[in-house]
Design a protein around this ligand. Structure first.
Ligand SMILES: [Zn+2]
Length: 144
């Protein structure tokens, strides 16, 4: 498993485990379970900056996903440098159940959040793992 989280841009998938019914957006809810969330970071600080944000449990809520990282935090991270998040979302849609309308306000995808009974097996090929604890500790991010 790699601990390197690049400052460059790319797409990523984070695994979150939800223990309680969690509302999002206008009337949406996420049932307890294990989920894969697809996003991308092409702004300043790239993947490292965005994943560092996801790893923080306390923050002002801005995206739908922020409500899901407050409980147990981020369970696993896989990065796809240079990739398109919507392509990954379409791949996940073929194997997982989409949570309609989650995280896809800015695109045509039905969702960017998927319930999965086999998060490892459902991950699209081509990514590389980043250890969440290395992000939380801030070691990787500050070393960049
Ligand atoms: Zn999309």
């Amino acid at each position: 498993m790699s601990n390197d989280c690049p400052k460059t841009g790319g797409a990523y998938i984070i695994t979150v485990i939800i223990d309680v019914l969690t509302p999002f957006g206008r009337g949406g809810t996420v049932q307890p379970g294990t989920y894969l969330y697809v996003g991308s970071a092409y702004g300043p600080g790239g993947l490292a900056a965005r994943l560092s944000r996801h790893a923080r449990k306390h923050k002002r809520r801005h995206w739908h996903i922020d409500a899901l990282t407050e409980g147990r935090g981020v369970n696993a991270i896989r990065i796809y440098p240079g990739s398109d998040e919507c392509v990954l979302a379409r791949e996940l849609a073929e194997r997982c159940r989409a949570v309609k309308g989650f995280g896809s306000s800015d695109c045509d995808c039905p969702s960017h959040l998927f319930r999965s009974d086999d998060p490892e097996g459902d991950m699209p090929p081509g990514g590389s793992d980043v250890e969440p604890s290395s992000i939380k500790a801030g070691l990787t991010v500050s070393a960049l």
